[in-house]
Design a protein around this ligand. Structure first.
Ligand SMILES: [Mg+2]
Length: 235
């Protein structure tokens, strides 16, 4: 790498915090507590696949400012249950209440997250988070885990009502970090929101292919499948 990186910015969800795993575990426990399988003859796996796709789509629309935070909260469970012809307002409201309070009980990090954060801080890099997540949840995910010991600043797109890949979100992160685009790298699992956004802003992007998909892309920036590969880049 030609330029000298001092600040390393991370996305949070599915880059450091294992959102997919934690959501799945939380949903499964609520599902069992509310006896949905027994009462509605619906397998958790079917419910979860439908929820997962719907939730991803809602977040994609949120990034494009086409739906609000409130829309996500209102629709993700309601529409999933309705797809399976379970028309029970109490049920989806209960589900949503439980989800927001119980998600923090599952706090798994992405494999090797702690080791790489420790390595980078020891090497003298200053670490930051820039997330599209809601402010309150973002802060809680950091405060409740070891991530808080390594991170200097936290930025949420919600602070300025913008979402990555909008440049303004990256620029706010850089400003809060007292960094500059030239000495900043960005690591995230979302090609469009994280990698293209950081590239457009002028930061050095790194794509974290955490689903370990096969890519034939030739890029001018690194693509990693394991966070420990960052040791080869920041040595
Ligand atoms: Mg992410």
């Amino acid at each position: 790498m030609e330029r000298k990186i001092k600040h390393i910015f991370f996305d949070l969800d599915n880059t450091l915090w294992d959102t997919d795993k934690n959501s799945m575990l939380t949903l499964k426990s609520i599902y069992e507590n509310l006896k949905i399988k027994e009462n509605h003859k619906l397998e958790f796996s079917d419910f979860f696949s439908s929820y997962y796709i719907r939730n991803e789509n809602l977040w994609a629309l949120y990034r494009q400012n086409k739906v609000s935070k409130q829309d996500i909260l209102e629709k993700r469970f309601k529409d999933t249950f309705l797809e399976f012809h379970i028309n029970d307002e109490n049920l989806w409201k209960n589900f949503d209440d439980y989800f927001l309070t119980k998600i923090m009980e599952n706090n798994n990090l992405i494999e090797n997250a702690e080791e790489i954060l420790d390595y980078l801080v020891t090497k003298g890099y200053i670490l930051h988070i820039v997330s599209n997540g809601f402010i309150e949840q973002t802060n809680q995910k950091i405060q409740d885990t070891i991530i808080k010991d390594y991170i200097t600043t936290v930025t949420s797109g919600e602070e300025i009502n913008k979402r990555k890949p909008a440049k303004e979100v990256f620029e706010l992160g850089i400003k809060k970090a007292n960094a500059s685009v030239n000495d900043s790298a960005f690591i995230g699992d979302d090609w469009e929101a994280d990698v293209m956004g950081a590239l457009k802003t002028g930061m050095f992007p790194i794509y974290f292919n955490y689903k370990k998909e096969n890519y034939n892309k030739t890029t001018e920036f690194p693509i990693i499948k394991d966070l420990l590969e960052l040791k080869n880049i920041f040595n």
